[in-house]
Design a protein around this ligand. Structure first.
Ligand code: ATP
Length: 308
């Protein structure tokens, strides 16, 4: 059974164009899926469709074989969600909020408290657990809303920018918690604009722009859509005749190869030509470079269409 399956999923808000336009993808259990795209691309709308907060205008989606719009209660039992404004109670303490929400999900109070203690510890909130939420800082609230989303040990977590606004240490805690949960089989659906962070943590990606899904898959698959080769940076005293390279500075060169297997003969060739090698490193396209390349390609395609 797929953790998430969408078919022709579309959402049109009244009076506007498609916010989500016939998107199709599926997620396996335990995947950390990075859903990436510019502002207004349709990420939050997709989360809302998958959580049953919105009904599709066309097409369908299923989360662990449930139709979210038809079975919102069942879905809430097995999913956790954080969006920018998670509802919690200012007059309750951090711990009381967690226990309250845990019991709403059907977990008994003793179990809730046990799990709340683990989460508060992991998210660095133990010292604040007995303080009223009204006295929490924005970052503390954000960490508590993450704990709230996890209090009932959901099978899937929908996280919209879970680390924006967190200090580096808290962000690292959240990242390692997400990694551990995925190892234990929790599926993570993560929206973020922080592409370096996404590359560290996600196993697969979806790239959306103006409601259209431009690409899905792991980083190798996305790379293959843009440029699958490797760029070798070399600093050497001389280069052999016949080798194709691009001079990038004083004694520095870039060589483009299809695979790393081509590097040893290149090194051998430089040495045999009497060159000294001072530095050699390889570069593959990062998620950030792939993202901009695919977005730029789409923009160029649209401009081409408009020119015709
Ligand atoms: N309630 C609404 N009514 C009308 N249009 C909406 C509504 N919510 C979102 N939209 C529009 O739908 C499109 C997709 O918005 P959405 O919030 O899903 O984007 P997003 O990718 O989450 O953006 P961001 O990165 O800024 O959070 C945008 O054009 C937005 O203006």
């Amino acid at each position: 059974m797929k953790a998430v399956l969408t078919q022709n999923l579309s959402k049109t808000y009244t009076g506007s164009k498609n916010a989500v336009d016939h998107i199709e993808f599926s997620l396996e259990q335990g995947e950390v899926f990075g859903f990436l795209g510019p502002n207004g691309a349709g990420k939050t709308t997709t989360i809302k469709l998958l959580c049953g907060m919105l009904a599709p205008s066309e097409g369908s989606c299923r989360v662990f074989d449930l139709d979210p719009a038809q079975n919102p209660e069942k879905l809430h039992q097995l999913s956790g969600v954080i969006t920018e404004h998670a509802q919690m109670y200012d007059h309750l303490t951090g711990l009381e909020n967690l226990v309250f929400y845990g019991t709403l999900f059907g977990v008994n109070a003793a179990e809730c408290e046990k799990r709340a203690n683990v989460l508060l510890e992991r998210l660095g909130l133990v010292d604040a657990q007995d303080r009223k939420l009204a006295a929490y800082s924005t970052g503390m609230r954000q960490r508590l809303s993450l704990a709230r989303a996890m209090i009932h040990s959901p099978r899937i977590l929908f996280l919209d920018e879970p680390t924006s606004g967190l200090d580096p240490e808290s962000a690292q805690n959240v990242n390692s918690l997400i990694r551990e949960l995925s190892v234990d089989g929790t599926t993570i659906f993560l929206c973020t604009h922080q592409l370096r962070y996404a590359q560290e943590i996600c196993t697969t990606y979806g790239l959306i722009d103006e409601g259209t899904l431009l690409a899905t898959g792991n980083i190798q698959r996305l790379r293959a859509m843009v440029f699958s080769g490797v760029v070798v940076h070399v600093k050497a005293s001389r280069m052999p005749d016949g080798l194709v390279y691009q001079k990038t500075g004083e004694h520095t060169y870039d060589i483009t190869v299809n695979s790393e297997d081509e590097i040893p003969p290149i090194v051998k060739g430089i040495v045999e030509a009497g060159g000294n090698i001072y530095h050699i490193s390889t570069h593959r396209m990062s998620l950030e470079e792939i993202y901009f390349s695919l977005i730029d390609r789409r923009k160029a395609g649209k401009e081409g269409e408009n020119d015709e």
